[in-house]
Write a protein that binds this ligand. Structure first.
Ligand SMILES: [Zn+2]
Length: 389
């Protein structure tokens, strides 16, 4: 499968610039045996750049596979750092858009943690839509869940805000999806639309190859996201980077004709092209440096652990599975304990495991948590060498 048209703008000036061969196609599915983990299907990723709108996407993404309904483990709420972030964003949105006591909706709500938090904070009602929602996971009487994909039929549900967090990057038909939501808002032009997604410019600037994996087919920058929102009939109210520039937030409202006002962080297509050129010259060096580091640890018989499961660990380990230096991956999400990492076959352990294991080195998959994790390690009497991505 090779997509020849840009899913954002329909343009056909597409150029491939980075390939990852044989990437596991799932990274968050729950896998209970090593064999099953190693048998997860693999496909190639080829990141491509649209020179008409600046969008980056996997042009080999297989759209015939159902990536969602099989159930997945993606809760981040076990981290204090993350909960502080999410609570802060929620309070900000409630104050900024007068959401006190109102109904809000979330598309792609996962286990429902965010819509539950938001509803508890604003004292209103919440609607969550996600084919992977686990019935009974939330027992808040103010919440209603639809265990299905978002579609036209949900257009009649009224909400003061529609949020969609960490979902758009999993969707190939990005413009169609935005348009689907926009079409439902013709009679509720005051609805605020809030999206949170990872942003690609940081990934390119620091060659964060661990943030490129098969389940993410769409990679937005501030510029490409804003241009698509306007094209789909939204006026952008705010556009910003948060979480050490890892996440991109957009707040918008439907409108008849978007204004020409732009935000400072919207980069031009030329700037993005230069960024890609820089990425291409540096990525091999970055991968080579990690290979050297991990090989040296292996040769010195060091016990090396990855802290932080989920997609980043799959994205990271896919590149170095042959070295065989990492036996365990630790995650604070208790639901992951004992599961195996899709495509990698290593087993998840809870942090407690490290007390006895006493690792020599710990590689933290997200530098945002370095302080929190180092503290946990020290509390357990572990003082390993710490590397943070
Ligand atoms: Zn495009």
């Amino acid at each position: 499968m090779l997509h020849t048209k840009c899913p954002n703008c329909g343009g056909q000036h597409i150029e491939g610039f980075f390939e990852i061969k044989n990437a596991p196609i799932f990274s968050l599915v729950t896998v209970k045996s090593k064999e099953e983990a190693l048998n997860v299907p693999r496909k190639d990723i080829e990141l491509a750049f649209c020179s008409d709108c600046g969008f980056i996407f996997n042009r080999k993404f297989d759209t015939t596979i159902d990536y969602f309904t099989g159930g997945y483990e993606d809760q981040q709420g076990f981290s204090k750092t993350f909960m502080e972030y999410l609570t802060g964003i929620s309070k900000e949105l409630i104050a900024k858009y007068n959401l006190e006591g109102k109904t809000t909706m979330e598309i792609g709500c996962g286990k429902g943690d965010f819509i539950n938090l938001l509803t508890n904070l604003n004292g209103g009602k919440g609607i969550g839509i996600d084919p992977a929602y686990e019935v009974g996971r939330q027992n808040n009487p103010n919440l209603t869940f639809y265990k299905e994909f978002y579609s036209e039929k949900h257009g009649g549900l009224k909400a003061a805000m529609i949020s969609c967090r960490h979902t758009l990057e999993h969707i190939h038909g990005t413009y169609e999806f935005l348009k689907l939501i926009r079409n439902s808002l013709d009679n509720s032009m005051d609805t605020v639309v809030f999206f949170e997604i990872p942003q690609i410019s940081r990934i390119l600037d620091i060659q964060a190859f661990w943030d490129i994996y098969y389940e993410h087919c769409s990679y937005f920058s501030a510029g490409s996201l804003a241009r698509m929102f306007r094209a789909a009939g939204y006026e952008i109210l705010d556009l910003r980077l948060v979480y050490s520039d890892q996440y991109l937030l957009i707040e918008a409202k439907p409108c008849a004709k978007p204004s020409t006002k732009t935000f400072e962080i919207e980069e031009s297509i030329e700037v993005q092209r230069a960024r890609i050129a820089n990425f291409k010259t540096k990525i091999e060096e970055q991968l080579g440096d990690w290979r050297k580091k991990l090989t040296a640890l292996k040769q010195a018989n060091k016990k090396v652990v990855v802290w932080g499961g989920g997609s980043k660990s799959v994205g990271f380990l896919t590149n170095f599975a042959d070295i065989g230096v990492i036996e365990y991956v630790v995650d604070i999400n208790p639901n992951m304990k004992g599961n195996y990492i899709p495509g990698i076959g290593k087993q998840y352990q809870s942090p407690d495991f490290l007390k006895d294991y006493q690792p020599d080195a710990v590689i933290i998959m997200n530098g945002v948590y370095q302080k929190e994790i180092t503290q946990s390690l020290n509390d357990m009497g572990c003082y390993p060498e710490v590397y943070a991505l």
